[in-house]
Design a protein around this ligand. Structure first.
Ligand code: UDP
Length: 373
């Protein structure tokens, strides 16, 4: 069986790393197309998951428009999808790479397996393409790997055939457990600042990268962090996303403030190490919402809504939007005792076995394809 995995951003590498490994272990020949959308955030990830890139795209980072990125990736994927070359293409999530990769495969009659299928915000009128990408990928896919029952329901409501949907959990949990296993036995963080964080402070991790928050909402979130820094018992640690608009706003508001550390984006194992030491997280990241429950962490989500409502329902997440008082009150509540207030509940996004289930199911692609012929 020959599989092509297509990815282009940090979260995709993290979430497809375990799938790559599981497919390999099952004996598949796995090629990888890397579009390079997040070329500046991939440090250490390929090595961690022992991923060998077979094909690297060019020019995607430099292309300013979304349509231009989409066209470039589609074209570069097209060059790889010659007749009979692959039994399947695997994509993940909702990025331009995933959408363009799925479309290119569909147009070449190569079955698509979509990892993290069925997430929905219900908002197609957003200026950002993620919801459109999710729906496009669903239409182009043959196998749909839903992380939860809720995502399965979304797919069923859109008319996807039930036997083509598998609820497998989210591979973010597989990746996290894999990375966490590397922390055992005295992990020395790669980032020197992380290695030297004081032990006598309550660590509050923050990650902020949503484009919808840029401007006034992000300013209010940053004011809240600034106020929390003044409390004195906490240390706010914020790896700053390289998006120049975000970076400029964060540095302007939080540079040289007491008890706030602005860091470069962290390598994944350092980030996981930091999660393991944190008391709470203030975040707009999708991946962090899936990871935090494995550590029992209660987090504050700086968004008005989430396409991962399971984290809220399970009691791990609270939506605070950009409300300064909700953020400061939430963080103070979660740092008010002498030890982190961890929830002993299970992670609603799975048990870390998603990639194995996905690999097993992908091996059923060939009979599916034959039946269709
Ligand atoms: N992450 C990382 N280093 C950092 C910040 C985040 O490795 O400095 C990881 C994090 O563990 C998670 C993923 O990056 O798995 C989340 O990426 P991001 O928030 O950029 O994207 P999203 O998940 O919102 O699509």
């Amino acid at each position: 069986m020959r599989i092509l995995i297509a990815f282009g951003t940090r979260p995709e590498i993290i979430k497809l790393g375990p799938v790559y490994r599981a497919l390999h272990k099952s004996g598949a020949h796995v090629d990888v197309f890397w579009s390079g959308q997040h070329i500046d955030l991939a440090d250490g990830l390929l090595e961690l998951f022992e991923i060998e890139l077979t094909h690297s795209g060019t020019g995607v980072m430099q292309e300013p428009s979304l349509a231009g990125k989409f066209a470039l990736i589609t074209q570069q994927m097209q060059a790889l999808l010659g007749p009979q070359q692959y039994d399947g293409v695997v994509v993940q999530g909702d990025t331009m790479t995933a959408a363009a990769g799925a479309l290119a495969a569909f147009l070449n009659h190569v079955p698509v397996a979509h990892v993290e299928a069925g997430l929905r915000t219900g908002k197609l009128d957003s200026p950002w393409p993620e919801e459109f990408n999710r729906r496009l990928i669903t239409i182009a896919s043959t196998l749909h790997f839903a992380p939860t029952e809720r995502s399965r329901d979304h797919l069923l409501r859109e008319g996807v055939q039930s036997d083509l949907i598998s609820v497998v959990g989210n591979t973010a949990v597989d990746a996290l457990l894999y990375a966490r296993s590397k922390l055992a036995g005295g992990y020395v963080p790669i980032d020197r600042e992380i290695a030297n964080l004081p032990r006598d402070r309550k660590l509050v991790l923050a990650t902020l990268h949503r484009r919808e928050n840029i401007g006034a909402p992000l300013d209010e979130i940053l004011e809240a962090l600034c106020e929390l820094g003044n409390d004195g018992d906490k240390l706010i640690v914020l790896p700053v996303h390289p998006n120049p608009d975000i970076r400029a706003q964060v540095v302007r508001a939080l540079g040289a403030r007491p008890n706030i550390r602005l860091l470069k984006p962290l390598q994944y194992t350092d980030f996981v190490y930091l999660l393991s030491r944190s008391w709470t997280v203030v975040t707009d990241s999708g991946g962090v919402q899936e990871e935090a429950p494995t550590f029992g962490l209660q987090i504050l989500i700086t968004r008005e809504s989430t396409e991962r409502p399971e984290v809220v329902d399970a009691g791990f997440g609270t939506l605070v939007g950009s409300n300064r008082d909700a953020i400061t009150a939430g963080v103070r509540r979660l740092t008010s005792s002498n030890a982190p207030q961890l929830l002993p509940a299970r992670n609603p996004f799975g048990d870390g076995q998603a990639a194995r289930r996905i690999a097993e199911r992908i091996f059923s692609l060939r009979p599916l394809q034959q039946a269709a012929e």
